[in-house]
Design a protein around this ligand. Sequence first.
Ligand code: SUO
Ligand code: CP
Length: 315
Amino acid sequence: MNHFLSVHDVNDLNALVSAGLAAKKTPFADQHLGQNKTIGLMFFNQSFRTRISTQKAAENLGLKVISLNVGSDSWGLEMEDGVIMNGTKAEHVKEAAAVIGRFCNIVGIRSFATLADQAADYAEQVFHQFRKYAGVPIVNLESATRHPLQSLADCITIAEFKKTQRPKVVLTWLPHIKPLPQAVANSFSEWMHQSDVEFVITHPKGYELAPEFAGNAPVIYDQDEALKGAHFVYGKNWSSFSQYGQILTEGRDWMIDDAKMSLTDGGYFMHCLPVRRNLKVTDSVLDGPQSLVIEQAANREWSAQAVLREILLSL
Ligand SMILES: NCCC[C@H](NC(=O)CCC(=O)O)C(=O)O
Ligand SMILES: NC(=O)OP(=O)(O)O
């Protein structure tokens, strides 16, 4: 593997899930791979899980880690080519990417959607620019449209907890008070399409994901109907794609509670975190035995380790 930007960079998803599970069993088996090598982690947005799980995974592989918050630890970065830099950004990505590429063997980047300009967000300019100018493998730590390390951790979690060969997995929209990106939902859908599952999406009308991410998954607008017989309920809020970045409905009745979970086939609840309690999902579901959110977060370490291992093997 060279870059890890989406599921399309993965040759064999089952093998990558198995590599994650193997790393979980023997975390230090590949410590020699990263010896005398460094990974740089650049955050344009907040992070808790991604930062600590990726650092942990990198260290398990023997890598040294440099982590920084762009714009506060380092200079604000201009992404547009050919502009007169007389605004707030002091440094151009051409130099910044090239410089970090000299210090680091791998660069991880987190840069969310602005939700202001659909075309710009879906063009993934930050990642294109870093890929062009860094000269080293780039890892997506959540971009405007995708969160593949999260999706891989989700696949690892489903593999660990599934009781049937081909479980029913329901991606459900949840209510929120502010507009959130589509990245986690897009990415989860894209990975589920590559997995041996029955995959269904449910959301209020107007929250359709971009067609390239929704694919041919059935979209059911009645949440109760969609949840029937589910083995995994994957909750996430996202803002509208068609009316880009907007909240179209409060949708408070879409919160997952015990009554909704009782429609499933003893289903598990999953969420990438952070989650706002009693807005998206009730305390009783999150604190109950069907919640996988902590297991899922813990698997972020093994997802990152599987990906970094593959990249190190191809350096
Ligand atoms: N990396 C996990 C999700 C990150 C982000 N959530 C958030 O921004 C939640 C913020 C809040 O609840 O205020 C998202 O939805 O893409
Ligand atoms: N799930 C996830 O990516 O968490 P952070 O945003 O805290 O990294």
